[in-house]
Ligand binder design. Structure first.
Ligand SMILES: [Zn+2]
Length: 324
């Protein structure tokens, strides 16, 4: 076993005694269910629903024990075109050593498309369940895992970004106004979509090209039982995630999805998810939440590795992530 594997396994053993798994899943499910509920009306930019979502996330961050990212506030407000009220990233921090400026940033966007009435649709609420209520649920639960252990060496910043769907305004604002200097961000671990297909064995990362750390991620994930399986189309989403705001500026960043492989290598029957960016993106009884803690732990293991080994990973081709 490599030293990375040992470290990762020790971390998991400390943080997640057996009962913890079910507890994490329950909490995860509660966050996702509230954020994707009709009450929040699809968390559209500028709406009452997104304000409720913001309040929920800030309350969770406070309860977990994260420090506010902005002086005394969790709200990092920024202007949004043609709108009077600002939008806001929700920012919580776990401080590392007083002597370091280095940080690892977790991001997940909490906005969705809101309410769009169309004659051909019965439903007008774009609940944004897969995209990205579950990503925010993961962000909150990963933050809790870190908050429950000793303070890390480097700072951890958890950013629920706003206005992603309409031009990644929140993440662009964060890279212009980071809590800790941009040149000292080790990596941004972005969550956009998450595994609600049950226990999985394979994963892949965006981006695949234009960065030099995909092999390193594989070395971290493999001892935990994860198999790297590239679908080959990752490049198509080079500018589709909040990560682009970081990658454009040569800050390492990634989004990590699980694949369709069951433990032992068999291919799973796909769950019929509703189309994202439509009223069909809702939570249904067909969803399988059993793999969420494994997916959270994989993100956490990557962060743990880079906290302990702030290496010199690089974006080798930032131009790949510029909007055309
Ligand atoms: Zn998304």
């Amino acid at each position: 076993m490599t030293s990375i594997a040992k470290k990762a396994l020790i971390c998991i053993a400390i943080v997640l005694p057996l009962a913890g798994g079910a507890q994490l899943r329950e909490k995860f499910q509660a966050h996702a269910t509230y954020l994707a509920s009709d009450e929040l009306k699809g968390r559209g930019t500028g709406s009452e629903g997104i304000r409720l979502a913001a309040k929920y996330i800030a309350t969770q961050f406070k309860e977990i024990g994260l420090e506010p990212g902005l002086e005394k506030s969790y709200y990092q407000e920024f202007p949004f075109p043609e709108q009077q009220q600002p939008e806001a990233n929700i920012v919580g921090v776990i401080k590392g050593a007083a002597t370091t400026k280095k940080s690892i940033v977790f991001t997940a966007h909490y906005d969705a498309y809101g309410v769009i009435k169309k004659e051909e649709q019965n439903d007008s609420i774009y609940n944004g369940a897969l995209d990205n209520a579950i990503g925010v649920a993961a962000l909150i639960e990963i933050a809790r895992l870190f908050a429950e252990q000793e303070a890390p060496e480097c700072h951890l910043v958890f950013v629920a970004t706003a206005a992603e769907e309409f031009g990644a305004y929140g993440s662009k604002f964060y890279v212009e106004n980071p809590v800790f200097p941009i040149e000292d961000i080790i990596i941004c671990l972005n969550i956009d979509g998450f595994n609600v297909s049950g226990v999985r064995e394979d994963y892949f990362v965006f981006p695949k090209r234009g960065v030099d750390y995909v092999d390193q991620i594989e070395a971290i994930a493999k001892p935990l039982g994860w198999v790297y399986k590239s679908p080959g189309w990752e490049d198509q989403l080079n500018t589709s995630f909040d990560t682009a705001s970081f990658l454009q500026r040569s800050v390492p960043a990634l989004t990590l999805w699980t694949g369709d492989q069951l433990k032992g290598g068999k291919t799973a029957e796909p769950i019929p998810f509703g189309k994202i960016h439509s009223p069909e993106d809702e939570i249904t009884a067909l969803w399988n939440w059993e793999g969420v803690e494994d997916h959270c732990l994989l993100y956490k293991a990557i962060a743990d590795y880079f906290l302990n080994n702030p290496s010199d990973i690089k974006v080798t081709e930032p131009s790949l992530f510029m909007e055309k």
